[in-house]
Write a protein that binds this ligand. Sequence first.
Ligand code: ADP
Ligand code: MG
Length: 325
Amino acid sequence: MDEFQLIDRFFKPLSRPADASVRLGIGDDGAVLVPPSGCDLVMATDTVLSGVHFPTDCSPRAIGHRALAVNLSDLAAMAADPLWYTLALSLPSASARWLRGFTQGLSTLSAEAGIALVGGDTVRGPLAVTVTVVGCVPRGQAVTRTGGRPGDWVCVTGALGRAAAGLAAWRRGQRRGATLVPFLYPHPALEWIPLLRDFAHSAIDISDGLIQDLGHLLENRPLGAEIRLDRLGCDPEDLEGLERALWGGDDYVLCFTVGSRQWPALQRRIRSRNLECRAIGRIVPGPGIRCQGVMARRIHPIRMQGYDHFRNKVPRARHVRPSPR
Ligand code: ADP
Ligand code: MG
């Protein structure tokens, strides 16, 4: 199978042929795309690397899913509807079996998200996948990291620490079971896009842990946050679970802030759509993230003191070491 047969066989089927927004997709030097009128376009790109973002012995299906999911999560955090994506793939060899699994992972999620593959690049090299996504928002309505205000509720759109628990299980040698799913198949919170647009002052997706990513919402602003540990949904006896919820990466849950006046209307929308949401704390004036609740004294004091490090550079919790065999 040469490079062009590979593209025709595995990647062409991922483009939506009947989509009027794609004037010209895979096959030419570039894609010709028609942006929806009255919209701003939002672009994001993320690379996933074997041995860094996913384990070296991870299934190709999970790799395809992850490469697209982490990018869709960025669009969701900006409140942008997915439109198109490109795929730059570096592969050690052209294995049809591997490519079948990989494109299944991509196609299941791309169908769910309504996003079309419009181009890419395929080279031989160490396994690395770069996806670039383009989405759209009504003009001026993108939600950014910087709009939080004192008094805002800090909310998260799902349980935290489940991906870190999955990774821990993987490292112990577990290869099956529901515990692994949040780690291997992170779910981008696309169902939140319309609600964020209507209600959120600021938003970010949690890829590097709540404390670090909440830190980005406060960065360069005279703002801090108070987090109520009892609202994270952790078992109060499970210190490890609490620490995963605070510092574990790869959850791809959204963290957003909403004014307390809009909170009741948002709650009604959440209930009518059957979504999960936890108000876990508040934005406060003055810097720093403080944890409140009976568990606060038990969490790693050095890591909380280390908050300033989180604002600059922290050792990443998500690095995946080769699993013991
Ligand atoms: P060029 O030589 O102009 O860079 P290529 O030969 O790399 O073009 O690619 C041929 C066509 O196939 C292009 O339209 C490109 O966008 C598409 N393509 C290549 N690799 C991929 C891929 N992994 N996924 C989707 N489309 C791809
Ligand atoms: Mg060319």
